[in-house]
Design a protein around this ligand. Structure first.
Ligand SMILES: NC(=O)c1ccc[n+]([C@@H]2O[C@H](COP(=O)([O-])OP(=O)(O)OC[C@H]3O[C@@H](n4cnc5c(N)ncnc54)[C@H](OP(=O)(O)O)[C@@H]3O)[C@@H](O)[C@H]2O)c1
Length: 326
């Protein structure tokens, strides 16, 4: 069933990398009634403010892409902020959406919800089967709570209030709007920055931590946004066919991984860096492989479109346009 282009849609976190891609995707599909609030206008940790916002705006659909997000260092240094703020944002948005009769909501989680030792590629049913990675456990617990909030509201009120709250778990994302902070960025933006600076300075060598052998998966953020809208619009009978009431989240990945060494070489080429790439194998590598199993999503009818070279080329152009780049 197609959804009216006038449907009032609230995108929480619309200034973030994923939220802004969801807004781009919705506008490209012709949706013309998108509601947004900046963090300064609406602190999603403030229960009363979130309640007032929902009762005033009464959106029909919600994409929950607001979250306190950060790398290993930030997660380790501010664990209380990571668990508290993410739990508050999710509980406030999901509960007040329900109070305001929002029928459809999509919650964005993360691949860190899966146990550290989960079999690769990680399937949806690995959730809650083992210990989490210690460094981001508080964040992951909050994300698991978000999935369980959606499921619990569906189970208690799904039939009586005709609500349908779904969850998607993205793999590592990259694209326009990423964070290029020197100490607090993910692998792709960190490498873009390093190679760009090396090119500017004519440095003969870029040294990368680790052996370069770990395998990682990366998805272009506009693909993630397309998958989000796809899942939001998917017929309930199809969504229900592939999920369980208490295991309702869907993995969103590219479907293949790549060695860090190969990734670095591609980024070097996209940027036009002509020097040497050296790996410092005295530095730690991290998990050898982290890949999502996205078969369920594929069976539902969606798969990624943007390959790494194309995605990185657009991302680098966006990087060049950013005035302070982090
Ligand atoms: N980026 C990835 O590789 C990746 C991978 C897997 C999953 N995800 C998931 O995707 C979602 C979005 O991530 P992202 O990369 O787009 O993060 P992001 O760029 O940091 O965006 C998050 C947005 O949420 C807003 N926000 C945070 N706390 C808020 C609050 N209390 N009230 C109102 N707004 C608040 C932030 O505003 P301020 O900046 O003003 O605080 C920011 O605009 C997250 O749930 C994340 O777990 C991301």
């Amino acid at each position: 069933m197609s959804i009216s282009k006038n449907t009032k849609i609230y995108v929480a976190g619309h200034r973030g990398m994923v939220g802004s891609a969801i807004v781009r995707q919705l506008l490209a599909k012709g949706f013309n009634n998108i509601v947004t609030r900046t963090h300064a206008e609406l602190d999603l940790c403030n229960q009363q403010a979130v309640s007032d916002f929902f009762l005033q705006e009464k959106p029909e659909q919600v994409y929950l892409a607001a979250a306190k997000v950060g790398g290993i260092h930030a997660n380790n240094t501010y664990p209380a902020e990571f668990i508290y703020q993410n739990l508050m944002v999710e509980a406030n948005v999901i509960h007040q959406a329900f109070n305001a009769s929002v029928r459809k909501l999509l919650f964005l989680g993360s691949s860190c919800i899966y146990p550290k030792m989960a079999a690769q590629p990680m399937t949806e049913d690995a959730l809650l089967t083992g210990k989490l990675e210690a460094t981001n456990e508080p964040y992951a617990v909050a994300k698991i709570a978000g999935i369980k909030l959606c499921e619990s509201y569906n189970r208690q009120y799904g039939l009586s209030h005709d609500i349908d709250y779904r969850s998607v778990m993205p793999t590592n994302l990259y694209g326009p709007g990423d964070n290029y902070h020197p100490e607090n960025s993910h692998v792709i933006p960190a490498l873009i920055r390093r190679f760009h600076e090396a090119k500017e300075k004519n440095s003969p060598e870029v040294i990368i931590w680790g052996t370069g052998t770990p395998m990682r998966e990366f998805l272009y953020v506009d693909d993630m946004a397309a998958a989000s809208v796809f899942i939001m619009e998917l017929d309930k009978s199809i969504y229900d066919q592939y999920t369980e009431p208490m295991q309702s989240h869907i993995n969103v990945g590219f479907g293949a991984d790549i060695r860090i060494k190969e990734l670095a070489e591609i980024i070097g080429k996209v940027i036009g860096y002509r020097g040497r790439i050296t790996f410092d194998s005295s530095k730690p590598d991290g998990t050898p492989k982290k890949l999502m199993n996205s078969e369920r999503l594929k069976q539902m009818g969606w798969c990624a479109r943007v390959n790494l070279v194309d995605g990185l080329t657009i991302t680098y152009q966006d990087f060049l346009k950013q005035p302070n780049r982090y």
